[in-house]
Write a protein that binds this ligand. Structure first.
Ligand code: ADP
Ligand code: ZN
Length: 234
């Protein structure tokens, strides 16, 4: 099973990707996490990405497509994956279609959340300064209202993410509308595209993600069976 999580910053893609990956024993591949680790480790990629991320802009398609191609080629991704944060542009989506040729279909889930709610969440979001774990939208909402002070995983201090300042958030929302939102039109006609209201409680969203994955898998099977003869499924 291959699943793509799409949506604006703060929509909860990361949280839902994490849960779905755990449920199905699949790797969660988050391009944001890959870039943050690269920044932390001071690699070439990290040095290239750091200032761009702080501003809230996108790392170039060329670089990101290379990163994802390399990651999807690894052994642990051969049985399926949950992808979070990629594609973010039409160019990246086209490249993903090419990479996925011969690897089976993928489900695209788009999380919709109003801007005011995204801004509220990103203001509240805290991550662990030691291990990088997210805290703001964790199970039981721990940290969601700022009550948690330490990382539940390692006990490290929680801090706002460096790109969650108001200026960068504003820029990311603009970039999302301009670069990523057009992907909804790119994917909408596919039988495995689903839109979910991401403004609901995280558990409710998880439930709808499970339903979407199940119905999409059924649709895929139907598509596959019928596709050989007619090429289309209603
Ligand atoms: P969010 O969804 O909250 O904006 P992410 O952790 O997904 O955060 O990404 C953080 C930053 O990493 C983005 O603002 C962008 O600069 C960079 N980034 C992540 N994925 C991509 C991508 N597919 N293409 C270009 N830049 C990316
Ligand atoms: Zn931690």
């Amino acid at each position: 099973m291959n699943v793509i999580m799409m949506g604006p910053p703060g929509a909860g893609k990361g949280t839902q990707a994490e849960r779905l990956a755990r449920q199905h024993g699949l790797p969660k591949i988050s391009t944001g996490d890959i870039l943050r680790e690269a920044v932390q480790a001071g690699t070439d990629l990290g040095r290239q990405a750091k200032a761009i991320m702080t501003r809230g802009d996108l790392v170039s398609d060329e670089v990101m497509i290379g990163v994802v191609r390399e990651r999807l080629d690894r052994a642990d991704a051969q049985g399926g994956f949950i992808l979070d944060g990629f594609p973010r542009t039409v160019k990246q989506a086209q490249a993903l279609d090419e990479m996925m040729a011969g690897r089976g279909p993928f489900i695209v889930i788009d999380f919709e959340v109003p801007d005011e709610e995204l801004i509220r969440r990103l203001r509240l979001r805290r991550v662990c300064s030691r291990c990088g774990a997210g805290a703001a939208f964790e199970e039981d909402g721990a940290g969601a209202d700022g009550q948690a002070e330490h990382c539940q995983r390692c006990g490290g201090p929680l801090v706002p993410r460096s790109d969650d300042n108001d200026e960068s958030v504003r820029e990311r929302l603009i970039v999302y509308q301009r670069e990523t939102r057009p992907l909804v039109e790119y994917y909408r006609a596919r039988p495995t595209f689903r839109v979910i209201n991401g403004a609901q409680h995280p558990d409710r969203v998880s439930h709808e993600v499970s339903l979407a994955v199940a119905s999409s898998a059924r649709r895929q099977a139907k598509w596959r069976d019928a596709g050989a003869t007619s090429g289309t499924v209603s």
